[in-house]
Each structure stands twice: as C-alpha cells, then as structure tokens.
Design a binder for this molecule. Sequence first.
Ligand code: FE
Ligand code: FE
Ligand code: ZN
Length: 280
Amino acid sequence: MFYAGSHISASKGYEAMGKQALKLGANTFAFFTRNPRGGKAKEIDEADVGRFLELSKEHSFGKLVAHAPYTMNTCAAKEDIRSFAKEMLADDLRRMEYTPGNYYNFHPGSHVGQGSEAGVAKTAGLLNEVLTPEQSTTVLLETMAGKGSEIGRSFEELRAILDRVELKEKMGVCLDTCHVWDAGYDIVNDLDGVLDSFDKIIGFSYLKAIHMNDSMNPLGAHKDRHEKIGEGHIGLEAFARVLNHPALQGLPVILETPNDDEGYAKEIALLKSLHNESDR
Ligand code: FE
Ligand code: FE
Ligand code: ZN
C-alpha cells in the first residue's frame, strides 16, 4: 500500500481533517497537535474523533503523523522552558490516545549553547519521564537540518538519543528529505549510501515515516527552507528514487511543501504517479 498526504489544519477537528485529506486524494496526513507556536490545545470532542475513526477505517488510512509544536524544546537550558515542554509532550500523548496506534513526531530540540551531548541527554531524559508502557502511540524523532543548535542533525545524534531512552519500543524516526539534504546527506547522488548508513547507525526498524520536501538550498546548507517537490535542489528524479526504494515501502509519506490545497492535491497525485512508475 502507498500512503501519501500533507499537513492539514486541525482547527475544525478530526472529522474535518479526514474529509479534507480525502479531498486532496490523501490516505494519511499530518496535523499540529496544537498551535505550532505552542499554547493550550483544544479539548478533544469524542464524537468528532469517533466519526473520524470510522472514516479512516472505511478509507483504509495509513498511520497519521501528528506534529508537535515547534516551540517544544525538550533540551532547553532553562528549566521552565523544559518543564513546559514536558507538560506539552505529556498532554499531547494523552490526547493522541483518542486515535490509538498512530505517530507523534517532534524536533528533538535545540541545545542553545549547552552542546549537543547535553542536549541529547536532556531530550532522552525528558522522554524517559513521559513515555509509558501503556501508550499505543509511537514517538518519532525527526531528522533535522542542523540549523542553529538543533540536535538530531546526524544519524549518530538520533542514535545517541535512542540509546538513552528506556522504552525503545515506543520510539521511531521520521526522515525529512529536506532536512537530511541540508544536513549533508546526499540523497540525490548516493541514496543507497545514505540509507545504508541510516540502517547501520539507527536501524531500519526505527524508520516509521517520511517528510517529503524539496530544499531551496544546496547540500549541507543547514538552512531548512522547504521547496515544492521537483522545484528545489533535490529534484524530481531523486524523489522518484526515494519513493520507489525497496527499504522505504509502506511508510506514510507526508508533504510539508509551500502549497495551498490545490497545490497539495497536485503534489499528492504527483507522488502517486512517481511511485507507480516502477510498476510499469
Ligand atoms: Fe518538523
Ligand atoms: Fe519535517
Ligand atoms: Zn523543516
């Protein structure tokens, strides 16, 4: 099965998100669990979630890839920012249980001068405080571009976080094509080599989702500026190879490109056509 979708606004609730996904031709999607800049989340309307669960079953949706707010810095130097992150993470995971068995993706944080080792330890420490054996949600670390003092900019840093997390079976990784490219992983000329090193360092069993974005910048730029598929430095041919790579089949593919609804519908159709090319 091929699962593709885009980011969808959560402002009108779950059923509205599901219907919007169908309108775009998607069978999975991403949404912010609360305002991307943080703040209080809307309480869950159980009837709304119930209607969504039915709809997603009827249309055989793949796993959803919820996204934490950008402001959630799990390795902040300031204790109040970190405890705010802990509250947000715990509350988001509680609300994720209304849609059991899906993915919750987050940026592993910015160490802001503490050094990446300290950042890794703090983020893993916070996960150990919040993850529970009962949760059905898998928490994904996103591969980062290495902008500023972001941690998670290398497979080694993600591995270092996973090494320190006790409930490893609740963890996974989301590979963002723009971010790994900006971090210096050449998925255009050496996709096999990049995936091979992902497997050796992290392990494919942790790879749960793909954020599919082209990049406005050249390899290793550490900028994190997303571009429409095929219009940036990664290019269409490389995306066709990513979509058809045997190691990446069955994973939800989420677009985070600069698009309106019409643009997303077109890009989802494009991904489907690129994916099917290999069958012809
Ligand atoms: Fe992200
Ligand atoms: Fe992303
Ligand atoms: Zn990004």
